[in-house]
Design a binder for this molecule. Structure first.
Ligand SMILES: C[S@@+](CC[C@H](N)C(=O)[O-])C[C@H]1O[C@@H](n2cnc3c(N)ncnc32)[C@H](O)[C@@H]1O
Length: 235
């Protein structure tokens, strides 16, 4: 009995140290890859990283990603060699969902990476050239940014003129923890992308109990073209 208790205690300790070491490793990589500026911003990045690491093995987002992707395929019918950026993909489940649909040219960005398809990069300060991607896919990531105007400016900068933006975010929910923004409505989301909001190809607002809403909150989904005339850059 005493031996069993000791073994169980020792196992828990080892597990706790392993988790601690892993977080430390990812944090070092994050802060060496990303210009984090002031202390407040570093705290923001650390909070986002801790939160996502606690979920890193889970595939519970696979259904919502699959659904959003199926809407993209249905409404846009993009060539399979399209260059796609998946913002805040977390793990390989999201990238795999693209591969399963035949899209192989997919780059993910997040605050940690376990695979070379995912780059450690801040959505507010990307290192890609201007006009790089045909599709920008952001499923439940834009609400996590520190300054959404900067992130949006980066989405537009790295997107090609006439490319497609695919977004899903929770709305009318209680912000807090790592969920920082509530964009409230489709109209509002379109407005904050102005003057780059082009033709809308698909949009829906789903209440939390609606079919095809895989989350516990109301959500909005929108797919629209990005138009790059009259771009105002935020630096
Ligand atoms: C709620 S998860 C979404 C994961 C996946 N896209 C999905 O739909 O389930 C949000 C992801 O955004 C990432 N993230 C938060 N802030 C970020 C930033 N500034 N730059 C890049 N990724 C960020 C988090 O690390 C996390 O993996």
């Amino acid at each position: 009995m005493i031996i069993n208790n000791f073994i169980s205690f020792a196992k828990k300790k080892v597990e706790a140290y392993k988790n601690y070491y892993e977080s430390w490793k990812y944090e070092r990589k994050l802060f060496s890859s990303i210009k984090c500026g002031n202390k407040k911003y570093k705290e923001y990045l650390r909070c986002q990283l801790d939160r996502t690491l606690s979920k890193k093995q889970r595939d519970d987002a696979y259904n919502r990603v699959k659904y959003l992707l199926s809407k993209f395929v249905e409404k846009v019918n993009h060539p399979k060699d399209a260059k796609i950026l998946s913002v805040g993909c977390r793990n390989m489940y999201e990238i795999q969902a693209f591969h399963d649909m035949g899209f192989k040219n997919v780059t993910g960005i997040d605050l940690f990476s376990e695979n070379k398809s995912i780059l450690v990069m801040d959505m507010q300060n990307m290192t890609f050239e201007d006009n790089t991607f045909d599709v920008i896919f952001s499923c439940h990531s834009l609400e996590h940014t520190h300054d959404y105007k900067k992130a949006i400016s980066e989405f537009v900068r790295v997107a090609k003129d006439g490319s497609v933006l695919v977004i899903e975010v929770p709305v009318n929910y209680e912000t807090g923890g790592s969920d920082l923004w509530d964009f409230e409505s489709l109209e509002n989301l379109k407005k904050i992308f102005q003057p780059n909001t082009g033709r809308v190809l698909f949009e829906e607002y789903l209440r939390n109990d609606a079919k095809n809403n895989f989350d516990g909150t109301d959500i909005i989904r929108i797919i629209f073209k990005i138009e790059k005339e009259d771009v105002v850059w935020i630096k």
